[in-house]
Design a protein around this ligand. Structure first.
Ligand SMILES: Nc1ncnc2c1ncn2[C@@H]1O[C@H](COP(=O)(O)OP(=O)(O)OP(=O)(O)O)[C@@H](O)[C@H]1O
Ligand SMILES: [Mg+2]
Length: 267
C-alpha cells in the first residue's frame, strides 16, 4: 500500500505547489485525481515517481511504500522502483519513447534491464505483450520507429510494456486525452483488468472514464485535496464549486451533450 502523509512541496522561490496532501492507494483500488489545470496533479505524480523538477523541493511529509518512507531512500533505490514497482502511463505516449530507436528494441531493452531477461526471452515477452494489446501486426510494430505508428498504437505499446512489467502501482497522467474513442475504451478495459493486482492513481478530466474505472476520487484545488471519497458519493453530492460544475457538465453530457430549453415563444 502507498500512503501519502502531509506532503508539501514548494518551488525554490517559495511558491507552494502541494499543501499537506494526504491519501492512500490500497491494492485493488483505482483512485481518480481530478481538478483544474495547474492545480498540482502532475506535480504530485512526479513526486510519487521520484522525478520532481530540480527547482522544487519537498518541505514536509512522507510517501510510505508498505510502511517505508520513499523520501528517505537513495536515488538509485527509487530509480530501480520505476517501471517494476511503480509504473507510469504518460499523457502523450510519444514522450515515453526514444524517437530514434525502433519500438520493439526499446521494449526488449526495458524487459532485459528491468526484469533481467536474456535477449531471446525479452524479445519473446515483447511479442507476447504486443499481441495482448491487440497489435497483431506484431513484426511490423516491433520494427517500427515511434514516428511510424499512430498515437493510439503507441499508447497500446506503452500499455504492453506496463503489462510486461506488471507493476504493483500504476500512475496514469491523463492517459486517455490524446486517444480516439476505441483506443480510450481499450485502455480503460486494460486498466480494469490490471486493477485486480495493482493500485492505480488515474489523473483525468474525463468524467465517463473516472466513473467507469475509479472507486475513489480526489479533487485537487491550488495544491490541496479539497474532496476525497467514493466516486459515486462525490458525483451524488459534490461539495466544492469546481466539483459541482464538473458533475453538472458530466450529467449534461449524458443527456446528449446539451440541455433542452424552451424558447421564449414556447413559454
Ligand atoms: N518546476 C516548477 N517550477 C515552478 N512552478 C512549477 C513547476 N512545476 C510546476 N509548477 C507549477 O505548479 C502548478 C501545478 O502544475 P501541474 O503541472 O502539477 O498542474 P496540473 O494539475 O497537472 O495541470 P494540468 O491539468 O494542466 O495538467 C502550476 O502552476 C505550475 O506552473
Ligand atoms: Mg498535468
Amino acid at each position: 500500500m502507498i500512503e501519502v502523509k502531509n506532503l508539501s512541496i514548494q518551488t525554490s522561490k517559495g511558491v507552494v505547489l502541494l499543501d499537506h496532501v494526504e491519501f492512500t492507494l490500497p491494492p485493488g483500488v483505482c483512485t481518480g485525481l481530478t481538478g483544474a489545470s495547474g492545480s498540482g496533479k502532475t506535480t504530485l505524480l512526479k513526486a510519487l515517481m521520484g522525478v520532481s523538477d530540480g527547482d522544487v523541493s519537498i518541505n514536509s511529509g512522507q510517501i510510505l511504500l508498505d510502511g517505508e518512507d520513499l523520501l528517505k531512500k537513495p536515488e538509485k533505490v527509487r530509480r530501480d522502483l520505476c517501471g517494476t514497482t511503480l509504473g507510469f502511463i504518460p499523457q502523450n505516449p510519444m514522450t515515453a519513447f526514444n524517437l530514434h530507436v525502433p519500438v520493439g528494441t526499446q521494449m526488449s531493452e526495458t524487459f532485459r534491464k528491468r526484469l533481467r531477461l536474456d535477449k531471446n526471452a525479452a524479445r519473446k515477452l515483447s511479442v507476447d505483450v504486443l499481441q495482448k494489446v491487440n497489435l497483431l501486426d506484431t513484426d511490423r510494430v516491433y520494427r517500427s520507429y515511434p514516428g511510424q505508428l499512430s498515437g493510439g498504437m503507441l499508447q497500446r505499446a506503452t500499455m504492453a510494456i506496463l503489462i510486461g512489467l506488471s507493476p504493483r502501482y500504476i500512475f496514469a497522467d491523463e492517459p486517455t486525452s490524446a486517444l480516439d474513442e476505441e483506443n480510450k475504451a481499450y485502455l480503460i478495459q486494460v486498466l480494469m483488468r490490471m486493477k485486480q493486482q495493482a493500485a492505480i492513481l488515474f489523473v483525468s478530466h474525463d468524467d465517463a472514464a473516472i466513473r467507469t474505472l475509479c472507486d475513489d476520487l480526489l479533487v485537487m484545488q491550488s495544491g490541496t485535496i479539497v474532496e476525497y471519497g467514493a466516486t459515486v458519493d462525490l458525483f451524488a453530492a459534490p461539495h466544492k464549486e469546481w466539483t459541482k460544475e464538473f458533475v453538472r457538465l458530466a450529467m449534461a453530457e449524458e443527456g446528449g451533450g446539451w440541455t433542452w430549453q424552451k424558447s421564449k415563444s414556447e413559454m
